[in-house]
Design a protein around this ligand. Sequence first.
Ligand code: PLP
Length: 409
Amino acid sequence: MIRHGLWADVPEGDWEDWHWQTAHRLSSADELSKIVELTPEELEACRLGHFRMGITPYVASLIDPADRHCPIRRQVIPLVGGAVDKGSFSDHLGEEEHSPVPGLVHRYPDRVLMLVTNQCAGYCSFCTRSRIFNDGIHYSRRDHDRQIDYIARTPAVRDVLLSGGDPLTLPDTVLEDLLRRVRAIEHVEIIRIGTRVPIFLPHRITPALVETLRRYHPLWMNIHVNHAKELTPRAADALAMLADAGIPLGSQTALLAGVNDSVDVVRELVHKLVMNRVRPYYLFQCDMVEGAEHFRAPVSKGIEIIESLRGHTSGLAVPTFAVDIPGGGGKVPVGPQYLVSQAPGRSVLRNFEGYIGTCEEPLDYSGETPARPVGPKRGRGAGQEGVAGLLAGHADALKPAGFDEAHDR
Ligand SMILES: *Cc1c(COP(=O)(O)O)cnc(C)c1O
């Protein structure tokens, strides 16, 4: 196993112990200077105290000290991009206004995001939720009670996504208690965990943890991973344990300038993910985080990456590129256009090679198969039908706020 010389004498038992790794994280410029020679820009960013740092010895050992553009280094050692007001981070995704109780974001009709901790195994300088660990927001047992109570009295919720912070930094007992209580709610069909632990702290994926998780199926897990270099043999072992426990694995990747804003880098990443039984799920446009301006690539870069993957490689390896609209708009998938034109009876389509063909369609199509419900019927929430509601004929138009007043002249 790769280990920086600084930890050459640490016994294997300690190195493999996630508590040891967590306790020995590097979190200041002085500590970091023991493993890499910091550039003046990095020193300045560390000293500014704007970004939280916490780099496990395992991750620190993956940094190439000779390469200031090392993709691991760029994610965990800060640089300042754009003007920053020290330690001040906004809620640019409007999560607070969608929170009926603290830490529970109910943005979409049938699923909720449950922020259960403000701790991570390591901290990324482009973190979209920097506000929660910088503003000292904590989620206590009392918050968990209120979150679970909200889910229990909201039958529309069929999917609960545990995130934070990173849920896998919680002690087994606390995590199991949360899983048990969420699983006990009859209308909750699936539980998901969003985590970066298999990448930053694979030692945390112990046989005991895996045994706990598998008791709460159907349980899905999405790992946050941005570069093939993060998928080390040690991380691969952790992912294999999770996959062997029947946990379907997906990945979420942030599109980051200087780290992975390249067709070749993303192709290598998605191929390595599927070899590890991880299905690439989302590729995200980097959010507007204070001090992370230098990580942002244009939306067109994401579209170009998808264009270069779709059709050229396994469909299984192609994630959905999505932009989270600031202010609470939510995730919007964007990608290349394949529909060239349409007329009754025909759609004209182009494929990944540029071949343009025609799909003949029935002119006498008389409507969809009637549903034969096999479970509880869940109506779409009022006011949340969107464009699907227009197609169903439930409304004629969607109007922005103030539209009628402006046109009532
Ligand atoms: C991303 C997200 C979800 C889950 O979205 P999916 O597209 O179902 O993966 C749920 N709630 C919030 C607030 C989110 O940001």
